[in-house]
Structure formats: structure tokens, C-alpha cells
Design a protein. Sequence first.
Length: 333
Amino acid sequence: MDLFALTHKLIDIESITGNEDAVGCALAEELHAFGYNVERMPVEGDRFNVWATFPDNPRPALVFSTHMDTVPPFISSSETPDRIYGRGSCDAKGIIVAQIAAAEKLKAEGIKVGLLFLVGEERDSQGAQTANQQPRGAKFLINGEPTENRIALASKGTLRVELVAHGKMAHSAYPELGESAIEKLLDALENIRKIKLPVHPRAGPSTLNIGLIEGGRAPNVVPDHAVANLLVRLVGPTDELRREITAAAGNKAEANLILEIPFMELGTVPGIETMVAAFTTDIPALTNWGKPVLIGPGSIHVAHTEGEYIEKQQLLQAVELYVRIAKYLLTSN
């Protein structure tokens, strides 16, 4: 197979989260041509996961998996002698291609693995959650995300918090007649920023990002409503942190805990360089698909940027690494 040509082909199919149908169809056709049995696993509306196995091994012990969706905006592919550019080049369409190529190499050696390509990772892991309700007996899951071909010792979790403050409108010339929701929100945020976040000996510190603030009616109106959205990257349990956030918001704002994805410590393979993934993945939603290993070509530092790219050499190396890891897992465990 032409690794680079297929990467270009997939990048050039727009698949922003919620619109994965076309790329799923293209992958299904490619995999069918390689001799796989391909199942379109329904998720929602026209959206589906792609589950591919060889006819003589419908329940493989090991599965390669990553996601088909991308963040906006769509950016078509281009290349230089060393890199392939475009939305999804490293997150994660180049990884899809490397996993298919690795599966083909393993097949040539008589080792049959499965391929699970998912929708919705960039938003809520809906595809992974659907797949987790339909496990196929795998013992091992090799999940692909851009780790620069290093195995992740751990993947940070996510806690998303919505702070909502209420006030009373008034003319700004008479602020004493109103109650500023924005000032309440700022007080709550200041208190939350003082919380000492957990630290993990290998994964490092938790981090807090105040990603969105909205509120107010006009510059000359005391605001009656204000909202902030916060995201904590987790390195451990959240029970105490949840209590601290709620206490810090106090009577200034409501703390609504919107989403939690747990911190995960992951499996490794001897002789391969390691890292800690400060981002979250589909792995916490795929607990029924085997012991997880996280590795993939490309850098998370260029994912989600206008200049997203993948190094061609890393793409080639990833194929060999995926083969090596699969053989180790299947023979050593």
C-alpha cells in the first residue's frame, strides 16, 4: 500500500466531528479491498464506527484503534519532501494509515489483528462509548494518538466545570441598585485559581484552563448573568478536587460539573521511549477492549493548529513500531 497517498486521500475528506460519514465510507471501501470483513457499527444518525477483521479471525486478540473525526476547520492536504500537512494529518488520519499498514505486515506473518476506527473522539468519545457496549473479546488495545512514537506511561484525565453566577440588572450609573454577576464570577474564579491542584510523581501536575467567559448585557448595564467554562487536566481521583471547587465558588457562583474523563496509567513495552500524555483519549471509554497501550506518530503540539503536519519518517517508523508492539503483547502476555 502507498502510505503517503492514502494519508492524503483521508485528509482530503472533511470529517469534522459529527460529519464522519464520508471518511468512514472511504475507509470501509479501502479495508474491504484489502480483504477485511467490514462492519459499520451504528452510533448516531449517519455516523458509524468502522470495525474490520479478517474472515478467518472475527474475534482477534489484539486491536489497533484511533479516531476518524477532526477538529475544525477543514484544511486540505499538501506536502513537502519531509512532511504531509492538513487537518487530521497527525490527529489522527496518518495514524489510521500506519495502523492499516502494520496490520498488513502482521497478516503477511500469519498474525491477524482487528482495526477499530471511531467517531466523536474530539468531542465526547461517543463512538468509543458505543463500541464499549459491543466488545469483541480482544485482550489488547493499541490506541493511536500523536505521541511522537513514544509510549505513553499515562494519559491525563479531564474535569470540565461550568460556573454560573446570577445578579441583578441596574443602570450602571447606580450600581448600588444592582448586583453584578460578572464581579461574583470573578471572585469565584479567583478563589478557584488558589486551589492547590494534585501532582502525580510520574504524570506531573494537574493544570487548570479558564477557556471561556460570557456575560453581561451592555457596558452601561449592571450584569445579571455570567458564565465561565473551566477545564482541569487530571492526574488522579477527583473527589477532593470537586469539593474544593464547589467550596471555592461558595455563594458567588454555581459550580456545575459537566464532564469527567479519568486519569489513566497505561501499559508499556521494553525498549521504546516513553512520555506522559497531557491530553485525553478514547481509552477511558474503551475499557472492554483489552489492556491499552497508547502510541502514535506526529506531535500533539501541532495537532489542532493551522499548520498541522506529520513527518513522513515518523509515519514509516510507526508502522514498524506497531508491528513490534503487537508481537510483544501477543507473545509475552
